[in-house]
Every structure is written in structure tokens, then in C-alpha cells.
Write a protein that binds this ligand. Structure first.
Ligand code: PLP
Length: 432
């Protein structure tokens, strides 16, 4: 029971917002109540700098078991040989990889932020673009897809120490095999940031980057449907991930040791053991057969939405999606991303404005919006609900100055969402 009435009232307000609306932000999801219980537990009281059985604080016997459980479950989920579950977020996981693998001034090759990459992949606004020397590949204007020959040419020209694949707004499968060939050719570390599709990958519906990349990072809160957090993994290349590459770098330490030290003490202090417990719960949920069913629906819903947008005359970058998200270029409709985001929210539809490749607007305005299906699928949406959502969105975007029409759509949505509770009521468990 929350006795702080001010905070309680605000949490209730947010709960209502989530319950009443349609959540289409591709990086968001809705966690289970059991997961929230783990996160809101006494584990938050515990300091545990270090790693299981090698801590700098006493009293870590229990949290050691919790952290090990999270590691073991993540290993099973992604067929990993090495896992670090301590990064507080995706950006923290990425910071640790840089610290472990490159020195300031080294060249890194990543996916352009303006084409769907992430800030931590070399943007000048982020430490990764300030400390290192970033060069970028992007998508082709005509296809919305990455041309791997151009990636190879960029790598040859710039000889990066790291090649990064993975993105925040790319709706297609990645050609990891080709990325690995290119990385091996130039002696680069191949790193995949699978933050967005991690859950779809865990369900086996997309290729597992651990089979191809030296290092993989992820967030745990997007398609993976865990608590907000990050994680670092290595697969088949562990424990000697770099062979010739690693010898060339001259660092004789094992990559697992470097990565662990880069997380703590390199970039973080004490781990959040309550969040790590919630990660363990999420991984357990993701190991159940029902998670595969869920992810299949996530992808089916995304495909249905993308097609519905195309049918209504919207431009979907690359023409569709292989995963949980899509990027819509709104220019054919004469609406900016900012206008779309600000108008859709008036009817309780949440999206984020997003740059589209070769955008003509500024990052604060943008010509596009990014849409994802993880959260609505957790609420129980199927393809027909998603097509209906596109109809609502089109009604709003075709009438952005019509307050009455927008209010009418909002009323329909609020009534509709009452049939899709935020939390499944049939959850069973143990009070802790
Ligand atoms: N990597 C990618 C590809 C992302 O999309 C994001 C967040 O959206 C991050 C990293 C950063 O994650 P966090 O917000 O947890 O720091």
C-alpha cells in the first residue's frame, strides 16, 4: 500500500493513461505483475558491487543466487556462452563494450542514426560519437534496405576496429553472415545491438546474432518484455572471441574479463539486484512456449499494420516489416512526424515521431513516425485490431484540425481498450 498519496495518485493517473490508450511505441511493452513484484522487492536494499561469489560487500549470498539464475536463464534463452546482466540500460551495456574494445580516437562503423540507428552507435550527440571516430552506412533510398556491398566498401576504406549492426528503427532482418565476412576481412570486432528485436530473436523467429557476431548487447524491456535494463552476451566465439583480431589488438586478456570489468568498475557501481531478479523472471517467461506464440502474433500484427498503411496510401519504408516495427514516411500525406505524434495522442494513441531515411525535416520535426506492436500484442490485439487501429490513425491524420472527429475517435478507442486489460487477470503466483 502506497501511503504517499501524491505519488500514488500520479501512478494511478499513469495506469489509467496506459489502460485507456493504444501504445504503439516500438520500444515499449507491458510487463507481467509477477515481474513487477520482483522489481518492487527488498532486493533494492542490497549493495553487491562485483560479480557472484566475487563481491566487495558482505551479505550477498542470496543475490549471488539471483544473479546467477538470471545469467543461466539468459544463456539458455539465447544459446549464449557468456552473459552479463548488470548493465542498467541498453546505453550502459553499449558504453561497456566500447570501453572494453576500443580506445578514444579509434574508428567505428555503425548504422546511421538518421536511417534508423541508435545514438550510442556513433552519434555526435552521444559519447560514442565524441570519443571515437564514427563512420556510417545507411539504407538505399529506393529500397529502404542496407546494401551490403556498400557496407563492405566503407569497411575497406575506413578499417574500423568495430562494426556495429542492429538498430532502433529498421524493420528488416540483418545479413549477419555478410557482416561477419566483412568484419573478418578488415579485422574488426562484429557487434550486434539487438535491443529492439531481442524478444523476436529469443522466440526463434529471426536469426540469432550470437551465431555470427563476436559481441551482442540488448535492452531487456522492448520485445523481450522484461524490466528496463541492459545485457551483454557472447555466443560461439567465446572464450576466444577474436582469434587473429584479438591478437592484433594486443590485449591478452579474455574478452569476458574485459567486458565484466568494463561494466563494473568501468562504467557502473553497484548492480540493481531487484531489476536483475525481474530480468530472471522475464527470461523464465520468455523460455515458455507461450512466448513464442506471443512473438508470432507480434510479427503477424506488425505485418498486418504495415499492409493496412500501404493500402491507405502511406509510404512504409522498405515496403513492410520482418519484425515488430515499421517506419512510416508521412510526406505523401502532407503531415510531419511532430504533427502526427501530437495529434494522435489527443485520441490516446501513442507513437513517436522519427526521422526517415533522407529526411527533409529536422530531428525535432521529422517526416515520419515509428510504430511497433509489442505492447498492443501483450494487451491481446490480433491482426483485425491492428487494422482497426490503422483506420483510427488514418481518420485522425486525415482530419488533424477537426477536434470533433478526434474526440469521437478517442471515445471509441477508450471504450475498445476497456476490453483489453493492462494485466492478465489469471496470473498465479506467490506473494513476496
Ligand atoms: N540500443 C538500441 C538499438 C536502442 O533502440 C536503444 C533504446 O531505444 C538503446 C540501445 C538504449 O537503451 P536504453 O534506453 O535502455 O539506454
Amino acid at each position: 500500500m502506497l501511503k504517499d498519496l501524491q505519488v500514488a495518485a500520479l501512478i494511478r493517473e499513469e495506469h489509467e493513461r496506459q489502460q485507456n490508450g493504444i501504445e504503439l511505441i516500438a520500444s515499449e511493452n507491458i510487463v507481467s505483475q509477477q515481474l513487477m513484484q520482483a522489481m518492487g522487492s527488498c532486493l533494492t536494499n542490497k549493495y553487491a558491487e562485483g560479480y557472484p561469489k566475487k563481491r566487495y560487500y558482505g551479505g550477498c549470498e542470496v543475490v549471488d543466487k539471483i544473479e546467477q539464475l538470471a545469467i543461466d536463464r539468459a544463456k539458455a534463452l539465447f544459446n549464449a556462452e557468456y552473459v552479463n546482466v548488470q548493465p542498467h540500460s541498453g546505453a550502459q551495456a553499449n558504453a561497456a563494450v566500447y570501453l572494453a574494445c576500443v580506445k578514444p580516437g579509434d574508428t567505428i562503423l555503425g548504422f546511421d542514426l538518421a536511417h534508423g540507428g541508435h545514438l550510442t552507435h556513433g552519434s555526435k550527440a552521444n559519447f560514442s560519437g565524441q570519443l571515437y571516430n564514427p563512420v556510417f552506412y545507411g539504407v538505399e533510398e529506393a529500397t529502404g534496405r542496407i546494401d551490403m556491398d556498400k557496407v563492405a566498401a566503407k569497411a575497406k576504406e575506413h578499417q574500423p576496429k568495430i562494426i556495429l549492426c542492429g538498430a532502433s528503427a529498421y524493420s528488416r532482418e540483418w545479413e549477419y553472415e555478410r557482416f561477419r565476412e566483412i568484419a573478418d576481412e578488415v579485422g574488426a570486432i562484429l557487434w550486434c545491438d539487438m535491443a529492439h528485436p531481442a524478444g523476436v530473436i529469443a522466440a526463434g523467429l529471426l536469426k540469432n546474432p550470437l551465431d555470427y557476431c563476436h559481441i551482442v548487447t540488448t535492452t531487456t524491456h522492448k520485445t523481450l518484455r522484461g524490466p528496463r535494463g541492459g545485457m551483454i552476451l557472447m555466443g560461439k566465439d567465446f572464450p576466444n572471441p577474436f582469434g587473429k583480431v584479438w591478437k592484433k589488438s594486443g590485449n591478452p586478456k579474455k574478452m569476458s574479463v574485459l567486458l565484466n570489468s568494463a561494466v563494473f568498475p568501468g562504467t557502473q557501481g553497484g548492480p540493481l539486484e531487484h531489476v536483475i531478479a525481474a530480468k530472471a523472471v522475464a527470461f523464465h517467461e520468455a523460455l515458455q512456449p507461450s512466448f513464442k506464440t506471443y512473438q508470432k502474433q507480434v510479427v503477424a500484427n506488425a505485418k498486418a499494420m504495415a499492409q493496412a498503411f500501404v493500402d491507405k496510401g502511406y509510404k512504409v519504408i522498405s515496403g513492410g516489416t520482418d519484425n515488430h516495427l515499421m517506419l512510416i514516411d508521412l510526406r505523401p500525406k502532407g503531415v510531419t512526424g511532430k504533427q502526427a505524434e501530437e495529434t494522435l495522442i489527443l485520441a490516446d494513441i501513442t507513437v513517436n515521431k522519427n526521422m526517415v531515411p533522407f529526411d527533409t525535416e529536422s530531428p525535432m520535426v521529422t517526416s515520419g513516425m515509428r510504430i511497433g506492436t509489442p505492447a498492443v500484442t501483450t494487451r491481446g490485439f490480433k491482426e483485425a485490431d491492428c487494422v482497426k487501429t490503422v483506420e483510427w490513425m488514418d481518420r485522425i491524420l486525415s482530419n488533424i484540425d477537426d477536434a470533433q472527429e478526434i474526440a469521437a475517435v478517442k471515445a471509441e478507442i477508450n471504450a475498445y481498450m476497456a476490453n483489453y486489460p493492462l494485466f492478465a487477470s489469471d496470473e498465479e503466483g506467490v506473494e513476496v
